[in-house]
Design a protein around this ligand. Structure first.
Ligand SMILES: Nc1ncnc2c1ncn2[C@@H]1O[C@H](COP(=O)(O)OP(=O)(O)OP(=O)(O)O)[C@@H](O)[C@H]1O
Length: 249
């Protein structure tokens, strides 16, 4: 895999899917303990799409999400992320790819000794493009966008679960990644906070033309998706667009 530049990404996302999985099979363990977790997965996701992946526990959702996020190496088939083949990629190549992707997890994973603004700023510091910019201003602006303008200097321990997750969204989206991967982002939240958090994610992603791939068991948020893919026993068993009439705007 070659180094990916901003111009490459721009070109690739216009001409082909941002994520394209073809015939992906994935195994855990060795020898007698070897177990297949994913079977013949084909999935293409376009720029700006919000795709929700759902299905029973153990059906392979997180495994697929981690492959698509370059968090583990794909073993067989073809997996192109932002135009680059990552099947068989080295650790270094996966690290490079990960800088182009935003991640949001069930546990917000904020650093508790940094304020909300410092947590968001840290994500910018990983990108050379931002080093000569006013990172405090950029971090503050995105925190204002997620409704935390009054809380920029708060530490995570003094924020509610929903507020912490909004900081995590700001952190994931502040560098304008082309892809955001979210694993059960509402699992630890009550109904209203969960709803607020995904709506915020939806608004920011649409503004930035960012693709979101979100794994959830939370049926209350399915309507934010453009497409819902359903997994069962390691297979992708349905993949359907959500009609405009089914969506709550
Ligand atoms: N690191 C691992 N080592 C061995 N087996 C694993 C590992 N991670 C996942 N598995 C197995 O792979 C299968 C798919 O797991 P995965 O976590 O992807 O499912 P999931 O749909 O995300 O489940 P959940 O909704 O409970 O998070 C399961 O049978 C699981 O036990």
């Amino acid at each position: 895999m070659q180094n990916i530049t901003g111009a490459d990404i721009e070109q690739q996302t216009k001409s082909e899917p941002v994520i394209s999985a073809c015939n992906i099979n994935h195994y855990f363990g060795e020898g007698e303990l070897r177990k297949q977790a994913l079977f013949d997965i084909d999935l293409s996701i376009n720029a700006g799409e919000i795709v929700i992946m759902t299905g029973p526990s153990g059906s392979g959702k997180t495994t697929l999400l981690t492959l698509m996020g370059g968090l583990r190496s794909a073993q067989s088939g073809s997996l192109k992320i932002l135009g680059q083949e990552i099947c068989g990629a080295t650790k270094k190549q996966l690290t490079q790819l990960r800088q182009k992707i935003g991640y949001i997890f069930q546990a917000h994973n904020l650093l508790t000794f940094l304020t909300a603004k410092q947590n968001v700023r840290m994500s910018l510091e990983l990108h050379d493009d931002y080093l000569d910019k006013d990172m405090n201003k950029i971090a503050t602006e995105i925190l204002q966008q997620v409704g935390l303008g009054e809380r920029v200097d708060y530490y995570p321990d003094s924020l509610s679960g929903g507020q912490k997750q909004r900081v995590a969204i700001a952190r994931a989206l502040v560098s304008h990644p082309k892809i955001v991967l979210a694993d059960e982002p509402t699992a630890a939240l009550d109904k209203k906070s969960g709803r607020d958090v995904v709506e915020m994610m939806q608004v920011l992603a649409k503004e930035q033309d960012c693709t979101i791939l979100l794994v959830t068991h939370d049926n209350r948020i399915l309507d934010i998706a453009d497409r819902i893919v359903y997994m069962e026993d390691g297979r992708l068993v349905s993949d359907g667009s959500v009609n405009a009439s089914e969506k709550v705007q």
